[in-house]
Design a protein around this ligand. Structure first.
Ligand code: FES
Length: 113
């Protein structure tokens, strides 16, 4: 097990790099963590994997959780989704986040095809 707290890096909508820390299961998902601590303008569907506003792209590191069900469906409808894409609301807060680097992908609010 990786030692807590976990530290990760996210690139925000302005292209700036930010460091965030968290502990195991501190929040229900990565989306809720970032919404509460750092970002205010995403998570429109409250974590149901429907809206796509919590779209991120993983730049370094890997997540053990798989893309399934609603997440797969919603990602398939986002114009700028790639093989690096995930929905932050489907990502648990655990050691996978440690040293992860990801980018917040904006402009998805109305980007559903
Ligand atoms: S909060 Fe809506 S898809 Fe993640």
């Amino acid at each position: 097990m990786k030692p807590e707290p976990y530290t990760f890096t996210y690139i925000d909508e302005f292209g700036d790099s930010n460091t965030a820390i968290c502990s195991l299961n501190e929040y229900h998902s990565l989306m809720e963590l970032l919404f509460d601590k750092y970002l205010q303008e995403w998570g429109d569907c409250k974590g149901r994997a429907w809206c796509g506003t919590c779209h991120i792209q993983i730049l370094q590191g890997a997540l053990s959780s798989k893309i399934e069900g609603d997440e797969k469906q919603t990602l398939s409808q986002l114009e700028d989704a790639s093989s690096l894409s995930r929905l932050a609301c489907q990502i648990p807060v655990n050691g996978d986040l440690h040293n992860l680097v990801f980018k917040i992908v904006t402009d998805n609010d109305f980007g559903l095809k």
